[in-house]
Structure formats: structure tokens, C-alpha cells
Design a binder for this molecule. Structure first.
Ligand SMILES: NC(=O)c1ccc[n+]([C@@H]2O[C@H](COP(=O)([O-])OP(=O)(O)OC[C@H]3O[C@@H](n4cnc5c(N)ncnc54)[C@H](OP(=O)(O)O)[C@@H]3O)[C@@H](O)[C@H]2O)c1
Length: 238
């Protein structure tokens, strides 16, 4: 079961940035697992727009059982995982922060924060078998405390207690993993503002432009950065 091809898995990959990331990585000749929580949507994406050689794996990031079953399914197909892209995410209801209660945050954190840790922790044994393990966490410029504190930046005027704070938590999770996992490249990607279902297609970038930062971090050379936060143009301030 030894593969020459680079092996990658992308969560939340039945549409949007995840699907584009799968398509681009598969286009490099990589062996790619398209992970999605909905079986029908995942199979359709893997069989259609994702490209040749893409395999569907069912994975709901909020479920221990689902994630364990996904690890088992992948381990039956490959002996290692080289690249994990934690892309699955949900947006918030865009309420005034003063109108949000803890339960509203909890539901979103279950996907955007706990889900990323659940998936990463479960796939670590397979990642540790790679010669160059890479983890990409799909974050957002809205997580940048520097941008949030700068009245000249659009992020300053965008209030989202749940979503922005979930991605800021994810950024620190990246920093923690990067320092705890020598030999790994663990980085956060800022995809900009691509038009996807998440923002009801109001984004100003294309999905291809948005995926560029993710692809860059998924395809880092050995010796490339770890513990950083990058957009398609370079570093994003924390
Ligand atoms: N679009 C933007 O402007 C933007 C900007 C910055 C960061 N991001 C981040 O980019 C990532 C991808 O978002 P997108 O814009 O491509 O949005 P999208 O088109 O809505 O895709 C989100 C994906 O996440 C999946 N998902 C949601 N909950 C899940 C769960 N419990 N388990 C597994 N998968 C789950 C969705 O699956 P279903 O189809 O089954 O719901 C879907 O495949 C997210 O992390 C998002 O926060 C987006």
C-alpha cells in the first residue's frame, strides 16, 4: 500500500473553496480524498467537477464517530496522509454582538473550532507517517486582530462575534500545533473574500482566487514556513 503520489484530504469539499482545492490538487496528479458530511453531495462532487482520481469520504467534523470512520476508510486505502486541509466551516447569522448569546457561539464553534481539532487529532497518526506532513487551516482576514483594530480596514467595520472569534481561535490553534509538531508545516490560510454559498455569493473574489492561498500552503516545499498566516499575496498580520 505504498504510494508515490502525494496524498491529501480536504474537508467540506463538496462545494466552494473545498471543491476548488480538491480540483486543483487532483490536477497536480495527487491522490485526493474529497471529504463531505453529506453522502449524496460528496459522491456527486467527487464523480463530477472534482476531477480524475478523487475519492469521496464521508466526514462530519462535528461527530467523533464520523471522523473515526473517515480515518479508518482512508487508512484502508493509503498508508499515510501528506496534506490535511481543514476547510469545512460555517458562517454566522450577522447579528449585533450584543444580541448574541453563548449558545449561538457554541453551535458555530462546534464546526469552525472544535471540528478542526477533532479532525486534526484523529488524522495525526496518518500524518506522522508522511515525510512532509502539512496541515492547512482555512481561516479568514476577519480573524486578524491587527486588521480589526485598524479603522482604515474593511474588517474593522465587520462585526461578527461568533465567526471572527472562531477564526481567531483557529489561528492560535495553528500556532500551537506548529510549535508542538516538529517536522510539520501547519499554517492558516486567508482566502480573501470569494463568492460562495457562505456569503450568498456576495464576495468580490472568484473561488479560484480564494483557493490560491490554500493551494500555496498545501504545496509548500520542504523547509517552507510553519506557524504562519498567509493570504495569496503573502503574510497576513495576526
Ligand atoms: N467565502 C468567503 O468569503 C470566505 C472567507 C474567508 C474564509 N472562508 C472559509 O473558507 C472555508 C470554506 O468556505 P466556503 O466559502 O467555500 O463556503 P461554502 O461554499 O458554504 O462551503 C462550506 C463547506 O463546509 C461544509 N461543512 C459545513 N459544516 C460541516 C460539517 N459539520 N462537517 C463537514 N463539512 C461541513 C459544507 O458542507 P454542506 O454543503 O454539507 O453544508 C461545505 O462543503 C470555510 O472555513 C470558511 O469559513 C470563506
Amino acid at each position: 500500500m505504498t504510494q508515490e503520489k502525494t496524498v491529501a484530504l480536504v474537508t467540506g469539499a463538496n462545494k466552494g473553496l473545498g471543491l476548488e482545492t480538491v480540483r486543483r490538487l487532483a490536477g497536480r496528479g495527487w491522490q485526493v480524498f474529497l471529504a463531505a458530511r453529506d453522502r449524496r453531495r460528496g459522491i456527486e462532487a467527487a464523480a463530477g467537477p472534482a476531477g480524475e482520481g478523487v475519492e469521496f469520504v464521508e466526514l462530519d467534523v462535528t461527530s467523533d464517530d464520523s471522523v473515526a470512520a473517515a480515518v479508518k476508510a482512508v487508512a484502508e486505502r493509503v498508508d499515510r496522509l501528506d496534506v490535511l486541509v481543514n476547510n469545512a466551516g460555517v458562517g454566522g447569522p450577522l447579528l449585533d454582538p450584543a444580541d448574541m448569546d453563548a449558545d449561538m457561539l457554541r453551535a458555530l464553534y462546534e464546526v469552525n473550532v472544535f471540528g478542526q481539532v477533532r479532525v486534526t487529532h484523529a488524522f495525526l497518526p496518518l500524518l506522522r507517517r508522511s515525510r512532509q506532513p502539512r496541515i492547512v487551516m482555512v481561516s479568514s482576514a476577519l480573524a486578524s486582530l491587527t486588521h480589526a483594530g485598524d479603522p482604515a480596514r474593511p474588517e474593522h467595520g465587520f462585526l461578527s462575534l461568533d465567526y471572527a472569534s472562531s477564526k481567531a481561535a483557529l489561528n492560535m490553534i495553528v500556532s500551537q500545533y506548529a510549535r508542538a509538531l516538529p517536522g510539520f508545516q501547519v499554517n492558516a490560510a486567508d482566502p480573501g473574500n470569494p463568492a460562495t454559498d457562505m456569503n450568498h455569493h456576495t464576495g468580490v473574489h472568484t473561488v479560484a482566487e480564494g483557493a490560491a492561498a490554500i493551494i500555496r500552503l498545501a504545496t509548500l516545499d520542504p523547509g517552507g514556513p510553519t506557524g504562519g498566516f498567509f493570504g495569496s499575496d503573502g503574510p497576513v498580520p495576526w
